[in-house]
Design a protein around this ligand. Sequence first.
Ligand code: FUL
Length: 598
Amino acid sequence: MTSKTFFISTVFGVVCMAGTVACTTAQAPAPYGAVPTPAQVEWQKMETNMFCHFGPNTFTSAEWGTGQEKADVFNPTDMDCRQWASIAKGAGMKGIIITAKHHDGFCLWPNPVSRHTVAQSSWKGGKGDVLKELSDACREYGLKFGVYISPWDRNDPTYGTDAYNDVFRQTLESALGSYGPVFEQWFDGACGEGPSGKRQVYDWNLYHETVYRHQPDAVIFSDVGPGCRWIGNEAGYAGKTCWSTLDTTGFAPGVAAPEQSELNCGKVHGEAWVPGEADVSIRPGWFYKDSENDKVKSLSDLLGIYYASVGRNSLLLLNVPPDTRGLIHSTDSLRLMEFRSALDKIFATDMSEGASAEATTTRGGSRKFAASNILDEAYDTYWTTDDDVTQASFTVQLDGQKTFNRIMLQEYIPLGQRIAEFSVEIRDSEGNWKKAAEGTTVGYKRILLTDRLTTDAVRVNIDKSYACPVINGFGLYLDEIMGGTVAWDEPDDSGKAMNADEPAVADLGKVTEVKGFFYQPRKNGKDGCIITYDLEVSTDGRQWEKIYSGKMFENIVNNPIRQEVSFPEAVKARYIRLTPLRTSSEDTYGMTGFGAVK
Ligand code: FUL
């Protein structure tokens, strides 16, 4: 090689290398950590779905049926799944999940491996099939269809033996193989058998394999996924920090699940993509009860739940239980319509419309990754930076002075969840930047709630990210319905801890007619709850009459709300004594209220 050719090839090499560097940085960033499957991304985009708890409990007012109910108990007088679907659609929901089999074991479809199904009931002469009617209605209304099938079964004679795993497999086969696409399979981790009850070793691998064989795109819900996870409470809120990743090795649904606080917040750098789903009922209980018609959640409750779930990187699964007619009660449907029109109103106008955006730095200097991408409608375009940049800002110059109190950000989750700290500033009339809000995780969607802010420019600072930040959505909205910073999940500090071996005694002041009693644990189950109890009454505080012995507050651990229990018949009493037999916390139980229902 002459020195001239050496010179040329060297220069050429440098140019090429420089070219290569530019080319590489203008490529999309590599995924970071655990990432969602395409089905999980589509699932996350659904944002709000409807849950329908329906079954024998609808007719007995129980939360957990015993499994001994007669099949004939299930007898909706006027069932119309098209009504459910039209309400879900009108409420902007994208899918419906039905309790095909709750803990009482009763199947809402003619499951050939069960003797406790609609086929054994006289409803529609034993020819009815709720799954068929609902899946057809969902198809007609353009909704996705999902099923809840409880592994815990209080009816099946094989429950508690190895044989049950195959019964359950066949149950899944029959429900998942006969009604078209199922977008979500819900596995409830609950089991109220207690220490001396039946023990079932669940064959989760077999169940998952069965689901995927029939429904390869189904997202499987449980405490630990694999498709999505329980958010750790039944009140509808995700953690303010909410990772879609979780460590699942060594954990299982139910008693072997991670701590509820971990389910609530996810696990940074967790090994698997298992995003949160916040399930909550529009009523205090999961099943319809006439007595709760005046306790349907208010519009502001629902908005609070929306911000604390969808607004915190979680899906909202809102339960709207059909009544004994097999119809959604008008109180619930009206509330849902109010909820939808409120959301439409709040999110109709994005104050960043007509704005422009600029970032401190852009990946490879390429327009492909420019900050303007966060303002367009396209899901798959985003702003990002070079790989080694994990702190950066973008500024949104608004089209004039705008007023808003909701700031929305979206991370492009197909590439993983990266951001761990961010802050938002607004520019005042003197051109100075003032901090307006801050947060930790973003994920699929994050909505920050602020007081009313008026400004012509907003700056978002990514203060900590585990890899280059990738943001594909941004919006500013004004919520004039709820306003201000609302905390859905702030713990209410009323109530106290009682010693677990002490009964609670209520003195009514004088002998009165008593129809039942109520017990209210502390908010979020603080200090634990009473699970099973004896209940006695007395007129003089010396002679006690036992009304209930070893009775259970069903589902109180997951949903620690006020429990109201009627007596078989009204009694005359001055004192009521509630003696805990089993509590969820060993030494204490929480107590906010206890007294008579007159
Ligand atoms: C819980 C169950 O025990 C409740 O009855 C309800 O179905 C709720 C969604 O999940 O674990």
